[in-house]
Design a protein around this ligand. Structure first.
Ligand SMILES: [Zn+2]
Length: 195
């Protein structure tokens, strides 16, 4: 495998609230931040595009427990928890995609109500490589949407981590993505490609 300038990396929701110490932590989220930083640097060298999605909710978002939603408040606009994890190093030129901005709609997928599709198509992207948080929610839905939109999708299986609300959810999500046509690869494989 060789990276091309029609490849894009999509870093999903590597934010403080989704990492250990945050309000909705995913075990291993900080490790994902480190791994994705390395891959992002490689994409930059290869001339590929780097995207980072950011859950970006208004206060009182419908996905929050106090509004009858499933999650504790997280990634509230302008709060510390909504910031990218400090160990996530984003190359200059990274496109930030904010989602979950509409108070009434939860957006697990980076493609929902965002300019991600338009931007990828404008940049003639063919393959998307996806890692981040969490495997069984936002990574899953972003990858499934990418496939529906006819991108070749690769999941960086060592740089995702599941919420595992039910044990095994993360594994099931990986299987679901594969069945839908996603390919499974690792950050190690990407870093081993020729620059
Ligand atoms: Zn959210």
């Amino acid at each position: 495998m060789k990276l091309k300038n029609t490849d894009a990396l999509i870093i999903v929701d590597v934010q403080i609230d989704f990492c250990p110490g945050g309000s909705l932590p995913v075990a291993g989220g900080d490790q994902v931040a480190r791994l994705m930083s390395g891959v992002a640097a490689r994409f930059k060298v290869a001339g590929g595009r780097v995207y980072a999605t950011q859950d970006w909710h208004p206060m009182g978002h419908s996905s929050f427990l106090d509004q009858g939603g499933p999650w504790p408040p997280h990634c509230v606009q302008g709060t510390m928890g909504a910031l990218f994890h400090p160990e996530l190093k984003l190359p200059i030129g990274t496109t930030i995609i904010r989602k979950g901005v509409n108070p009434e709609v939860d957006a697990y997928s980076g493609f929902l109500d965002s300019l991600l599709e338009e931007s990828l198509k404008r940049n003639r992207v063919k393959r998307v490589f996806v890692g981040g948080l969490a495997t069984d929610y936002c990574v899953l839905n972003t990858v499934l949407d990418a496939l529906t939109l006819k991108f070749d999708a690769y999941v960086l299986s060592d740089a995702v981590a599941p919420a595992d609300v039910k044990p095994g959810d993360g594994e099931a999500a990986l299987e679901q993505m594969q069945k839908a046509g996603a390919k499974i690869t690792t950050t190690e494989m990407v870093l081993a490609t020729e620059p």
